[in-house]
Design a binder for this molecule. Structure first.
Ligand code: FAD
Ligand code: N01
Length: 583
């Protein structure tokens, strides 16, 4: 590391309690685990802090019945290691939460990551000491460590949103939040249960709870667009096809709009005949999952085109739900298709044909308060044994705003982002040198297959950190100009789309007082990757380096070649990626 700031890795200095690392990573989900792996291969000393009692992130916390991914398992998995891809065998088209958690634990063991992970530890503060060009990181367990780099792998959906409903604490029965589900088995047999919310978590858990409970009341404020998963055991032929062609599939995902291999329709929904359009939607409905997103090129930019997709889904709801009055309540009508995250279900609409399930329209019959006995709406009181809160997250910025992060001038991140997050590429924010955000606001993040976006960010960040080390600059920071033009670009792009028309968590609308701004980058995973690579290949255009450069570009190129030496047991894919970056 830079001599002026380098301290012996893992050694204490100054006050006897301060340990030093090249990097601190926060969070042990898909992002943090891979970041740790890359940095260790590069020879950095790393400490990873995780608030939970185990690794897994999303898949550790969201243990509610029915939880599973809605991107196909083979695609919703790491691609960085050939060996891992060969060794791991998914059993279902969409993996269940326990299976994904098992996978991430396997990864932690397989790449021997655990030694550098400190569990049960929440990072509470991070402040940049400009005189030393180091981050001082504080945890809720009293740790204080110093690191050259701080990487926030804190997740976009990791801070559960508890609704601000009067009397919630008074309820005498059992209370659960889907994103903080107990470890032990929850059995609703013989119970009267109420669930608040009808987003993806509710859509997955409602059919399961309905099968167990004596009676289920579903409190729906906004109906969602929901498409079928058609989950099934993975056929041997599908596994063989994936294993034989995974490189090609992975490349297709990396260069696509959504990070998915699904075929992107290039036509307008309005240029084809009604019959052709219906056939296209029908095929994608039968295929299942998020394929509907990509049916036509203009679904998210042209309201008339979008209406055709929305009406198709509404016709399906009317066909599945037997009681027309209930079907009517389930129809999403006041925002365009896909502008709130589309949910993927297994038997959701069919559940409303059951005799032990009642849908309560919380718009015409708003929830007034929670009482000791249950939920009281403006019409009546529903007595319940258990309440399930499927009320979502303080998304994208919640976990970052939860930490007291202070940058170069001591200004808190919360203050800098008081009118909405500002980043360059979603990777860095100006004024906060050497701090990276994986899938930060302003990157494709939640608007993609997140594992694809996570791997792209981790690779870019690891390469950038290696570059700073090799040049022996003291720090790297996004310039304000680059940040401003990126934020304008992100906003301009979302302004061309229909996304701002919905009250979604993409825009912060689900959290009272949160600035209303569409946070993800909507320009597509492939174009975004190209932009990030161009920035790096142009000497980190839009970033400023601090300190005196100690090596020429030629020396850095030589050092870059030697990065390979750090990579022990590296996969061919990783070698190829490095070679292409060096050429
Ligand atoms: P996370 O998995 O959220 O991990 C972040 C970790 O950081 C957490 O463990 C958290 O405890 C920890 N942390 C946060 N703050 C601190 C702190 N201050 N100190 C210490 N630790 C901290 N995406 C898809 O692309 N496809 C899917 O099918 C899909 N399914 C999903 C299903 C559910 C139920 C949910 C909730 C999300 C789903 N997502 C899906 C999004 C999912 O969050 C990402 O795919 C991915 O798992 C995110 O990984 P991550 O490592 O970035 O964040
Ligand atoms: O959360 P949500 P989620 N009174 O915010 C309602 C991913 N994910 O946990 O829309 C009454 O979508 C709220 O109503 P409204 C995925 O990216 C994926 O379900 O605000 N209702 C809404 O219905 C997803 O998008 C999977 O009117 C209240 C619900 O609660 C993201 O995580 C599975 C209320 C919250 O829905 C979040 O999903 C799970 C109140 N006071 C999650 N407050 C997969 O399938 C909130 N609501 C892959």
């Amino acid at each position: 590391m830079n001599n002026s700031t380098a301290l012996p890795a893992g050694k204490r200095f100054g006050a006897d309690t301060l340990e030093t690392f090249d990097a601190v990573v926060v969070g042990a989900g898909f992002a943090g685990l891979y970041m740790l792996h890359r940095l260790r291969k590069l020879g950095f000393s790393v400490r990873l802090y995780e608030a939970g009692s185990a690794v897994g992130g999303t898949w550790f916390w969201n243990r509610y019945p029915g939880a599973r991914c809605d991107v196909e398992s083979v695609e919703y998995s790491y691609s960085f290691s050939e060996e891992l891809q060969k060794e791991w065998q998914w059993t279902e088209r969409y993996a269940s939460q326990p299976e994904i958690l098992k996978y991430l634990n396997y990864v932690a063991d397989r790449f021997e990551l655990r030694a550098d992970i400190q569990l049960n530890t929440r990072v509470t503060a991070a402040s940049f000491d400009e005189s030393a060009n180091r981050w001082l990181i504080t945890t809720d367990r009293g740790d204080q460590v110093s690191a050259n780099f701080c990487v926030m792998a804190t997740g976009c959906l990791s801070i559960p949103k508890v609704p601000d409903i009067e009397g919630l604490e008074r309820f005498q029965g059992n209370k659960y939040h889907t994103a903080n589900w107990p470890y032990e088995n929850v059995d609703f047999t013989g119970q009267w249960v109420g669930i608040i919310g009808t987003g993806s978590s509710a859509v997955q858990s409602i059919p399961m709870i309905a099968r167990q409970a004596t009676y289920l009341f579903v409190f729906q404020r906004t109906p969602n667009f929901i498409v079928p998963a058609h989950n099934a055991a993975l056929a041997r032929t599908a596994v063989e096809d994936w294993k034989a062609n995974h490189r090609e599939y992975r490349e297709r995902a990396r260069t696509s709009l959504f990070g998915l291999t699904v075929e992107q329709g290039m036509k307008s929904a309005l240029e084809v005949s009604p019959e052709e359009r219906e056939t296209e939607y029908e095929q994608r409905w039968r295929h299942g999952g998020l394929a509907m997103y990509a049916a036509f090129a203009d679904i998210f930019i042209n309201k008339d085109a979008n209406d055709t997709a929305a009406e198709f889904v509404r016709s399906k709801i009317r066909a599945i739900v037997r009681n027309p009055a209930v079907a009517e309540k389930l129809l999403p009508t006041d925002y365009p298709f896909g502008t709130k995250r589309v949910c993927v279900d297994t038997g959701y609409y069919e559940t409303f044909n059951r005799e032990n399930v009642t849908l309560i329209d919380a718009r015409s019959e708003p929830i007034d308060e929670i009482t000791a006995a249950g939920v009281r709406t403006l019409a009546k009181e529903y007595n319940l044994d258990s309440i399930v809160l499927a009320t979502g997250f303080d998304a994208i910025t919640g976990a970052l705003r939860n930490i007291d992060i202070r940058g170069r001038t001591g200004v808190p991140l919360k203050e800098k982002w008081s009118e909405g997050p500002r980043t360059y590429l979603g990777i860095m924010t100006s004024g906060f040198p050497n701090m990276f955000t994986i899938t930060g606001p302003g990157s494709p993040s939640v608007f993609s297959n997140m594992v694809v976006s996570i791997e792209q960010h981790v690779d870019w960040i690891a390469d950038c950190m290696a570059y700073v080390r090799e040049t022996q600059f003291a720090s790297i920071e996004a310039t304000l100009d680059a940040e401003n033009s990126w934020v304008n670009h992100v906003n301009e792009l979302s302004g061309y789309t229909l996304f701002p028309l919905a009250n979604s968590w993409y825009t912060g609308a689900n959290v009272p007082g949160k600035p209303r701004i569409f946070m993800p980058y909507i320009g597509g995973v492939g174009p975004y990757r190209t932009k990030c690579d161009e920035v790096a290949n142009n000497g980190y255009e839009g970033f400023a380096f601090c300190g005196k450069r100690a090596k020429s570009e030629a020396e850095v190129a030589a050092a870059r070649a030697s990065i390979k030496d750090y990579i022990l047991g590296n996969s061919t894919q990783e070698q190829e990626r490095l070679s292409s970056r060096q050429s």
